[in-house]
Design a protein around this ligand. Structure first.
Ligand SMILES: C=CC1=C(C)c2cc3[nH]c(cc4nc(cc5[nH]c(cc1n2)c(C)c5CCC(=O)O)C(CCC(=O)O)=C4C)c(C)c3C=C
Ligand SMILES: [Fe+2]
Length: 391
């Protein structure tokens, strides 16, 4: 990992997979199909400089720092303690001695960025603002953003360090709009991962798109040539929704009601029509009362691809607890993140169905929303975040 004195990080073979680095370069950005790490620090920023050249320069500095930090190195070449004692260090230091911890840094560009720097004609139609949904209680101050950066790692200190150093580099050019910490990944994105649980106690991620589903990822995740502007080929679109849970009310709901809401069993995670977690839900099956076993207003039925022309999304959300709300209730829920080829054909119809009649709605409230275009991956150190957009 990072050692005192800066640029000498090495990865030794005895490092466990939780501490090992994830490659930064590749056809697609890391942090999307990367098996979901345990921790999240997500930040949305607004561009404050009016000079395009300053923004491009920042994106280049960010890319260099991200390439270093994801490999377990300091943000800058001198490091936290290796530089001129009369100057502020080029790394803040709180990750000294810590390994890469699976850190991934994933960038996305929000619709509002394209109102600046005469970028309007480069804005993909898939990046159109999301419509309002019934029940939305969005707080503008924690929604939107010109740019987002998702930091995921197995160590929260490493994720926080990465975002802090990128924000530091952005001083005077961008301003942090909001940021969100998350824990306990609420989705598995690989078949090798056990399915984790959300704060309602249910397994979350069972029917998710997984990195092994190469064919489905091509169809549902990655923007392809002809989809939109060429700068997004090989990229994908991120939708974020901060969804607060009325935890105390939920905790007083009977188990049978909780299971009916999701259409799945709480222990194993099996559909109410099956026995094992990965059994396919049988949406046509009726019980002895003649009603569907998986209720018409259950979450799994309303979100199921069969109701949305086969649309699927890659969910990659995290649990959050932001302390308590001053009224004796936990301020907690799900920071939902989903990647897809076109949010207006995937997230939007699914969320329209959920917002209209999901029985879960009694227990949740959407308080923040974001949509971002995440460009393709970088080939090598000569490339930088946003190169395909600004070039
Ligand atoms: C619009 C997309 C979705 C939102 C918003 C959403 C919120 C949300 N979900 C849970 C918990 C579970 N979701 C589950 C399945 C599931 N959810 C979505 C979409 C949204 N969820 C989809 C597409 C699916 C898969 C449907 C299918 O193909 O069967 C499950 C079941 C287990 C699983 O497959 O992951 C749970 C549990 C919460 C708590 C929540 C908001 C707080
Ligand atoms: Fe869901």
């Amino acid at each position: 990992g990072r050692s005192l004195g800066g640029d000498s990080a090495t990865v030794t073979s005895d490092e466990s997979s939780a501490s090992a680095p994830v490659p930064f370069y590749g056809a697609h950005q890391a942090g999307i199909t990367t098996p979901a790490q345990d921790r999240l620090h997500f930040v949305a920023l607004d561009v404050t400089t009016e000079k395009k050249a300053e923004l491009v320069e920042l994106l280049q500095e960010w890319t260099a720092a991200a390439a270093r930090m994801t490999q377990g190195k300091d943000a800058g070449t001198f490091g936290a303690v290796g530089g001129d004692p009369e100057a502020p260090p080029d790394d803040t230091g709180e990750a000294l001695g810590l390994p890469a911890s699976g850190l991934t840094l994933t960038i996305g560009f929000g619709p509002s960025l394209f109102d600046k720097f005469e970028l309007a004609d480069r804005r993909p139609s898939s990046l159109a603002d999301l419509p309002a949904f019934p029940g939305d209680a969005l707080i503008p101050e924690i929604s939107g953003g010109d740019i987002c950066i998702q930091a995921c790692a197995h160590d929260p200190q490493v994720a926080v360090h990465a975002i802090r150093n990128l924000a530091r580099l952005g001083f005077g050019k961008v301003a942090v709009r909001y940021s969100q910490l998350g824990f306990g990944r609420t989705s598995s994105t690989s078949r090798a991962q056990a399915t984790p649980r959300n704060l309602m106690g249910f397994k979350d991620g069972t029917a998710n798109l997984k990195l092994e589903d190469t064919e489905m990822l091509r169809e549902h995740l990655w923007a392809a040539p002809g989809d939109g502007p060429a700068w997004m080929d090989g990229g994908t679109y991120l939708v974020t929704r901060k969804i607060r849970m009325h935890i105390e009310t939920w905790d007083r709901a009977p188990l049978s009601e909780q299971e009916a809401i999701f259409g799945r069993d709480k222990g194993v995670g099996a559909p109410l029509t099956g026995r094992d977690e990965f059994d396919e839900p049988d949406l046509a099956k009726t019980g002895s009362d003649g009603k569907p076993v998986i209720a018409d207003d259950s979450h799994v039925r309303l979100a199921h691809p069969s109701l949305h022309g086969g649309a699927r999304i890659l969910r990659r959300g995290y649990n959050y607890v932001d302390g308590s709300d001053g009224l004796g209730r936990l301020d907690a829920g799900l920071f939902f993140m989903a990647y897809q080829r076109d949010p207006h054909k995937q997230f939007v119809p699914i969320q329209q169905a959920l917002a209209a009649k999901d029985s879960l709605n009694e227990y949740i409230k959407h308080v923040s929303s974001g949509i971002f275009a995440c460009p393709p991956g970088l080939a090598d150190a000569g490339d930088y975040w946003g190169n395909s957009l600004f070039a």
